[in-house]
Design a protein around this ligand. Structure first.
Ligand code: FEO
Length: 395
């Protein structure tokens, strides 16, 4: 069912209420998602992106109910990833010769995935196509935001930026627009999306935001490929991205641990108490890694100025949950974040040293040798953990 965006522009995507994991199992989507596809009906009829492959028949059936598929003059593939290109295989059965406009890298990704030699037309930043009624589509390459093949498309006249993944959120909704959904929920999903998907590309994003600004485009609507469309003050999300791309941190310290018999957990809670006692303004959060969604935790790390990471020693090293999480942190390429480590042990006690090495390798500035505790913490050890927390604040 198509929904009106503005004038002759319609949403023809798919709302996926059930989605709980995305990118395989790499990204949790507690609130589902949408795959936004757009139809423009000017003198030329244009389709921008499609939907994820499992919905390809439904997508094409719905589209065929709205328009004669053969009336589509151009297809714009802003990005080759399967959640936006997945319905092309079904669609192109009906209109095999329709030109597909995309970047050179998107030709590689689309051919690599679907092994079809469709009518590809390669575009670069600044290239335009005339769609009639004095309106044009202008292309802007968005390489590494977040794939090498990504681009955005700007519709003149209506001033809509079809930004693809950039500025999106994994948020299933029938409401379509940012002013029609809960603002807190929208912000939470937007920052999680940035933290988990775009953090590694923050430097690229800073340059790209400057480039888009230099175009001096009047942007009235930002039509993303996931979640809601920004029509109420659309530049708010661009301004937010500019903040997030600039080594973002809040006045937050996050204590993250896994534990076997609660010794390291006891340290974690006392470290958090020490931090709060030393500075009541600092937001302190504590998470058991094994019981917390990793993508939500990445978001908490994104917001933190310092993380304090704990693991007991097991087999001369750290628990696999902690090692795996640091692997994710390394992928994120966080900049300008501090770290410290702690852990209980019964025999050899290597975990803190191992954690320091892993955190340093992941790009964190390790600010202390860390806190080790032999066996379960007694009252003195709890006080020592609190003092350790206080010392972190001072550093
Ligand atoms: Fe939403 Fe990179 O695909």
């Amino acid at each position: 069912m198509k929904k009106l965006i503005k004038n002759n522009v319609y949403w023809v995507g798919k709302t996926d209420w059930e989605l709980r994991k995305f990118h395989g199992n790499e990204y949790s989507t507690h609130k589902g998602s949408t795959y936004n596809s757009y139809l423009i009906k000017e003198e030329k009829t244009v389709l921008i992106d499609t939907v994820w492959a499992p919905f390809k028949e439904e997508f094409v059936d719905n589209l065929a109910n709205e328009i004669d598929l053969k009336s589509i003059d151009y297809i714009i593939a802003n990005h080759g990833e399967v959640d936006h290109s997945g319905a092309l295989t079904e669609l192109m059965k009906h209109i095999p010769d329709t030109p597909i406009y995309c970047t050179a890298n998107a030709v590689k990704s689309l051919k690599g995935q679907y092994h079809k030699d469709w009518n590809f037309n390669i575009v670069k930043t600044g290239d335009k196509i005339d769609i009639g009624n004095k309106k044009e589509l202008i292309f802007v390459e968005m390489s590494m935001l977040h794939w090498p093949d990504s681009m955005a498309t700007f519709l003149t006249g209506d001033n809509i930026l079809f930004s693809n993944d950039a500025f999106g959120q994994h948020l299933a909704t029938e409401s379509l627009f940012n002013d029609k959904v809960d603002e807190c929920e929208l912000f939470a999903e937007s920052i999680k999306y940035y933290a988990n998907i775009l953090t590694p590309f923050s430097a690229v994003l800073r340059r790209k935001l400057d480039e888009i600004t230099a175009f001096n485009l009047q942007i009235d609507i930002i039509a993303t490929s996931h979640g809601v469309i920004w029509r109420d003050n659309p530049m708010q999300i661009v301004e937010q991205y500019a903040k997030w791309a600039n080594d973002y941190k809040e006045n937050q310290i996050t204590v993250i641990y896994d534990t076997m018999w609660n010794g390291t957990k006891t340290l974690a809670e006392n470290i958090a108490k020490g931090i709060k006692d030393a500075d009541t303004d600092t937001i302190v959060k504590v998470f058991n890694l094994a019981k917390t969604d990793e993508n939500d935790l990445v978001t908490e790390v994104f917001k933190s100025k310092l993380i304090v990471l704990g693991s007991p020693t097991m087999s001369n090293t750290v628990l696999h949950s902690v090692a795996g999480f640091i692997h994710i942190l390394k992928q994120m390429r966080f900049k300008d974040k501090k770290a410290a480590s702690f852990g209980c042990y019964g025999w050899s006690g290597e975990s803190v040293k191992v954690l320091n090495g892993l955190l340093s390798d992941a790009g964190f500035e390790v600010i202390t040798d860390g806190l080790k505790n032999l066996w379960n913490p007694d009252e003195d050890a709890k006080k020592a953990a609190q003092e350790f927390g206080k010392s972190l604040v001072k550093q």
